[in-house]
Ligand binder design. Structure first.
Ligand code: ARG
Length: 467
């Protein structure tokens, strides 16, 4: 067993199973790029602090680039006995550069190092989520624009309520994912804070400049308190919460896809690429992708709960418990990224069945509110109008007819206020068209939502860096 890099005061070596228990390189090697970026920034700062010459820093940067290539080509063999990604890379640097490699860690601790690496990593993943979310919003807006005039029942309590535009329904999800996009962006302000210079916990005696390294790695700001810098994991909690809300939204859409694909609804047919068959029942086409996504939501919530529990009750400053921050986030990230991407593809390919939606609209007395409102405009108090309409619905139900199918004379018997002009009011298309509240389901308002989203997407594209 090799001597540990921190092993100066130790005489016995660590038990093999302890080594395996404490090593993190099996998972934190994912941070290699960020570790190298952080070390380059630190080397530049050491030049400014007079610890390294410009030439030494240059050699270190070249050594780190060599290691980057070795890692990416698979040439570097990761060693558990070197514990983590940081010490594996530093060890290799010392193999390449000799004693110069040992100078890099001056004025730095793994405590500030690991937090910088992970912040860089989380930041890049949040940016990737934003990219994936903007694509999902685009797909939903595109599908909505094809179905502004497709009418389906809108529900409350999953009971048929009022007719709405399918475009409007899809855009409700586009709005959710747009908020998620914003939430991920808001979190970046607290993720992109450099802890470098905090060293182990108290800062350092070297003339380091935290603002310089923050700028060097492209972060928005740097730490205000060195103890907080090495022990703050709020940003991981927050990113995983953002991921949890994304999954909550996805799982609601999944639930609708599952319901809509049921033949009793029949509002969608699943594209073959996103459905599976049954090994025993030949007629089946199962919404497994949507079900799995709904199920995976639980695992992301679990990741968030692991992280919250991990930080609970930790005294200042760094504690090794914090090494447990990585795997839950990696798991949440893999789940969120794949789910958002697959949902975009699935919605792009989704086959809508407007005829079945139309049939459902006619079967649910979805124009009852229209009749009540009509009576109100003719002077009847709303409570009375509600009562009269209820009687009409009961009558129609007995006869197995929609309100609009009732002969005019029969309908007129329920109130003197009912005139021939009621026919237009009872048409489902009219019910949708008349809901002109801004943000309501009226066709032109749905068009307006789509163009607002398209402008937003265009601005993102033009802005380039804003994602
Ligand atoms: N692998 C460790 C982690 O992820 C790095 C920091 C170790 N620091 C220490 N003082 N042992 O947290």
């Amino acid at each position: 067993m090799t001597k540990k890099m921190w092993g100066g005061r130790f005489t016995e070596s660590v038990a093999a199973e302890v080594e395996a228990y404490t090593a993190s390189v099996g998972f934190d090697r994912l941070l290699y790029r960020q570790d190298i970026t952080g070390s380059k920034a630190h080397a530049a700062m050491l030049v400014k602090a007079g610890v390294l010459t410009a030439d030494e820093a240059q050699k270190i940067r070249e050594g780190l680039d060599t290691i980057l290539q070795e890692i990416e080509s698979g040439a570097l063999s990761w060693r558990d006995d070197l514990e983590d990604v940081h010490m594996n890379i530093e060890h290799r640097l010392t193999e390449l550069l000799g004693p110069l490699g040992r100078k890099l860690h001056t004025g730095r601790s793994r405590n500030d190092q690991v937090n910088l690496d992970f912040r860089l990593y989380v930041s890049s993943r949040l940016r990737q989520w934003r990219l994936l979310l903007s694509r999902l919003v685009k797909v939903l807006a595109d599908r909505a624009s094809q179905h502004v005039h497709t009418i389906l029942p809108g529900y409350t309590h999953l009971q048929p309520a009022q007719p709405i535009s399918l475009g409007h329904h899809l855009l409700a999800y586009a709005q959710m994912f747009r908020r998620d996009f914003d939430r991920a962006g808001d979190a970046l302000a607290r993720v992109e804070v450099s802890p470098l210079g905090a060293a182990a916990l108290a800062g350092t005696t070297y003339a380091l400049d935290p603002a310089m390294t923050a700028a060097e790695v492209g972060f928005q700001s740097h730490f205000a308190n060195s103890l907080d810098a090495v022990s703050d994991r709020d940003y991981v909690l927050e990113a995983t919460f953002v991921g949890s809300v994304i999954m909550a939204h996805l799982s609601r859409l999944c639930e609708e896809i599952i319901l809509w694909a049921n033949p009793n609804f029949g509002y969608v047919a699943l594209p073959d690429a996103f459905a599976t068959g049954s090994s025993i029942m030949p007629q089946k086409k199962n919404p497994d992708v949507a079900e799995l996504m709904r199920g995976k939501t639980g695992r992301v919530y679990g990741d968030l709960m692991s992280l919250l529990t991990m930080v609970k009750g930790l005294p200042l400053a760094y504690n090794r418990d914090m090494q447990e921050d990585k795997e839950p986030f990696f798991d949440a990230d893999a789940t969120v990224s794949a789910s958002v991407s697959i949902m975009a593809d699935m919605m792009h390919a989704m086959i809508f069945r407007p005829e079945n939606m139309g049939r459902a609209v006619q079967a649910g007395f979805l124009n009852a509110t229209e009749l009540a409102d009509y009576l109100v405009t003719k002077g009847m108090p709303f409570r009375e109008a509600h009562h009269v309409t209820g009687a009409v619905v009961a009558h129609c139900e007995k006869k197995g007819l929609g309100i609009e199918m009732l002969p005019f004379e029969e309908l007129a018997e329920f109130s003197d206020l009912i005139n021939e002009d009621v026919a237009d009011i009872l048409a489902y298309e009219t019910a949708v068209a008349r809901r002109t509240t801004p943000g309501g389901t009226a066709y032109q308002n749905v068009e307006k939502q789509i163009s607002d989203i398209e402008m937003w997407l265009q601005a993102l594209e033009d802005g380039g860096g804003s994602v």
